[in-house]
Design a protein around this ligand. Structure first.
Ligand code: RIB
Ligand code: CA
Length: 319
């Protein structure tokens, strides 16, 4: 069965790979893309998303710009661990693809999310892979969203180690109040894909060469984007291997078609919104005798071979 989804992105190199996966996989129906401030400012996450869709011949998928700042915090974006366009930056302000011909849709992200969920109750999976500002805004507009959306698949959070701070992963850190709202909203199923899983699904330079050899627009773009990620991770020494990198967001789209690509367990997860050193931490109750009811299926494991095989199969396709 074809699965309908809306992808909420802060594009970004790994978001770009997720967009291509969702736009090209025959078992996925990408209804729309919503953009949010995150890896780069909103104007660029929107422009980058349009670049990706135009490049692979899916300019029929509309891009709806969303929130330009977090739902509560002022002064974002805060200083990042590295400056934009440095050798540690795995995204670049503008993705290395031709400027888009397509324009952003005039309907904003939150309104689009609510409208789509109401038009197709029980049918649309939400896949936010950036800060959760748009989903929180949609919930504020329409609390009944939790009854309309059967599953939310989130790239975010970390248990073992953070990336933005020692305690926190970027997407949750960038809008912790929004993340807190979404995780506590009461969606029937929330699948959380944190760094713990994405760092087990590395894409290597050998995988990049296989993607490039496909000779398709998606293969070419994926090779270029992942190559940059590998170089940046190598400088930072943040991946388990110097010749490979995680492509976080694409693991969420891979999960939609092959759930066994991640290994999950049910966990109660809350978000720290106050601690000076821990803001944005996903607090996972992994105590063996815990009686707190789980609110998420958290991925702690991933199948790198299957993930890479899926990328190769999907990116061999043309729109
Ligand atoms: O921490 C990784 C996440 O932050 C990814 O979604 C990346 O694109 C950024 O949004
Ligand atoms: Ca992202």
């Amino acid at each position: 069965m074809v699965r309908k989804l809306v992808l909420d992105v802060d594009t970004g190199s790994d978001d770009a790979v997720a967009i291509m996966f969702a736009a090209l996989h025959p078992d996925l129906d990408l209804l729309g893309v919503t953009t949010v401030n995150g890896n780069v400012p909103l104007v660029h996450t929107t422009d980058n998303s349009l670049r990706v869709l135009d490049f692979i011949g899916r300019s029929d998928v509309a891009v709806h710009p969303g929130l330009a700042r977090p739902i509560v915090r002022h002064g974002f974006p805060a200083p990042k661990r590295f400056s934009r366009d440095s050798d540690r930056d795995m995204h670049g302000t503008e993705l290395p693809l031709p400027p888009p011909v397509s324009k952003p849709h005039e309907v904003g992200a939150a309104e689009y999310l609510v409208r789509t969920a109401r038009e197709l109750p029980g049918e649309v999976t939400l896949v936010p892979v950036g800060p959760l500002s748009n989903i929180a805004a949609a919930l504020a507009l329409a609390p009944d969203l939790v009854e309309l959306v059967p599953e939310v698949v989130i790239m975010g959070g970390a248990h073992h180690f953070g990336n933005e701070t020692p305690a926190a992963e970027f997407n949750i850190w960038a809008d912790p109040e929004a993340a807190d709202m979404v995780l506590s909203a009461g969606f029937p199923k929330v699948t959380l894909v944190p760094l713990d899983a994405t760092h087990k699904a590395l894409v290597s330079t050998a995988d990049v060469e296989r993607l490039r050899a496909l000779g398709t627009p998606a293969g070419e773009a994926a090779a270029k984007l992942v190559e940059k990620r590998i170089a940046a991770y190598a400088v930072a020494g943040e991946a388990a291997r110097p010749d490979a990198a995680p492509v976080h967001d694409a693991l969420c789209t891979a999960y939609l078609v092959r759930p066994e690509v991640i290994g999950t367990r049910p966990v109660h997860v809350t978000v720290e919104t106050r601690g000076d050193r821990t803001v944005g931490r996903t607090v996972m109750d992994l105590r063996s005798g815990s009686t707190t009811p789980p609110n998420c299926d958290v991925a702690f494991d991933a199948d790198a071979a299957l993930f890479n095989q899926l990328l190769l199969t999907v990116f061999a396709r043309r729109a």
